[in-house]
Design a protein around this ligand. Structure first.
Ligand code: SF4
Length: 389
């Protein structure tokens, strides 16, 4: 059987225009100051190659799996956010780390690299809508409530890697841990050894899916804290009884997959294997055959027998690359309409060329820095993750 990849249809809102405006409420919230080359410049690829060559070992380019092909071709290493942070930390000799991903990833790289290294995000408007859903002041308000109710001492904060440095710093200050979609169960096991409740930030779906499907908790053990409602929309009894206090945040990309997508693809492709990311809604994950992180999804497809059929629920750039790399398997996208991560897509070839050429010219564009205090606490939450058994 050969690949029958069908390009999903576009939607009006799926791809945002390159961000050059200002959004003070966003995680990144700034415009991109550069004089960008034209996207139609036929020399963009040659310019990127020349700039990388000129910089040599001084630069190391990281590419997240969800990045565009035109960018990923210049990555020295590709991976998920955690793998890329570790790769950045493992390159102490590289003066510049150019992070083709989103803002929170570049922050984590800055936290894990040396003070002499500079982390560059080619477009400062490449934020993450999920990370934006948990703002430090909101999280501190929730914690104050837990203290007023006398439960803060029982609560261990756990934040997903996909959160701002501020939130990781909060979690480190309160003796919690960072987790990824690969090690969320181990992080929760550890957290429940430290306290009787977990405050899970910012992705409600990863928290709920891990607690219910991997830890044996029930949906009734979980409550949803809504930062836009007084007391999170919860009663004191609900907060006292809960084992998992989930922050009301989600990924706008993975949140698009619905149960009807799963039902529709099973009808359309008999025998199809449904493989989804744990950032998907609980009913989608429950209906799927396989659930796992981006790295798990890649390995599962690589190990699948020729002729097998797969419907994959994660970001479209990655799914399309998997389809291209495995023409002997039938790989389809779980949603019928396009599902790029619009902020990931802000990093395009013009931004990458601009950033590299600025470095060649002796200027440091779009450097991401985390203040030392936040960095130290965030580092302790990241180190706690690295120390998980
Ligand atoms: S895919 Fe979702 S979690 Fe990842 S960067 Fe995009 S919005 Fe954020």
């Amino acid at each position: 059987m050969t690949s029958t990849w069908v390009e999903p249809s576009n939607t009006a809102t799926a791809l945002l225009l390159l961000g050059r405006g200002t959004d003070p409420a966003s995680e990144a919230g700034v415009d991109c100051p550069g004089d960008l080359p034209s996207p139609s410049d036929p020399d963009l690829v040659a310019r990127a190659m020349a700039a990388k060559l000129a910089l040599g070992d001084r630069v190391f380019v990281l590419g997240h799996h969800y990045q565009r092909d035109e960018v990923i071709q210049f990555a020295d290493v590709t991976g998920d956010s955690f793998k890329l942070a570790r790769e950045a930390a493992a390159r102490p000799d590289a003066e510049f780390i150019v992070f083709c991903g989103v803002h929170f990833m570049a922050e984590s790289a800055d936290i894990l690299t040396t003070a002499d290294q500079k982390v560059i995000l080619p477009d400062l408007a490449a934020g993450c809508s999920m990370a934006d859903m948990a703002v430090l002041s909101q999280v501190e308000t929730a914690w104050d409530l837990f203290e007023d109710l006398g439960i803060a001492g029982d609560v261990v904060p756990v934040t997903y890697m996909n959160s701002s440095a501020d939130i990781k710093g909060f979690v480190g200050r309160n003796k919690g841990v960072v987790c990824t979609s690969s090690n969320a169960k181990r992080a929760l096991d550890w957290a429940f050894e430290q306290g009787s409740k977990v405050f899970f930030l910012p992705d409600q779906h990863l928290g709920r899916n891990t607690a219910v499907l991997e830890m044996g908790l029930t949906l009734d053990d979980c409550v949803l804290y809504d930062p836009h409602k007084p007391h999170g929309g919860l009663t004191p009894e609900q907060l006292r009884d809960a084992k998992m206090i989930l922050w009301r945040g989600h990924c706008s990309v993975h949140g698009r997959f619905t149960l009807s997508c799963v039902e529709e693809v099973r009808e359309r492709i008999p025998g199809v294997n449904v493989l989804v990311h744990p950032e998907c809604r609980h009913e989608v994950v429950t209906a799927a055959d396989y659930v796992g992180s981006t790295e798990y999804i890649i390995k599962t497809v690589e190990a699948a027998p020729a002729g097998s059929a797969w419907a994959i629920g994660t970001e479209l750039n990655l799914v399309r690359r998997l389809a291209d790399a495995h023409p002997d398997k039938q790989i389809t996208f779980l949603e019928r309409t396009v599902c790029y991560c619009s902020t990931m897509n802000r990093i395009d070839l013009p931004h990458l060329v601009w950033a590299l050429e600025e470095l060649v010219a002796g200027r440091t564009p779009n450097q991401i820095t985390v203040d030392p205090d936040t960095s130290a606490f965030a580092r302790s939450a990241l180190d706690q993750m690295l120390a998980l058994p």
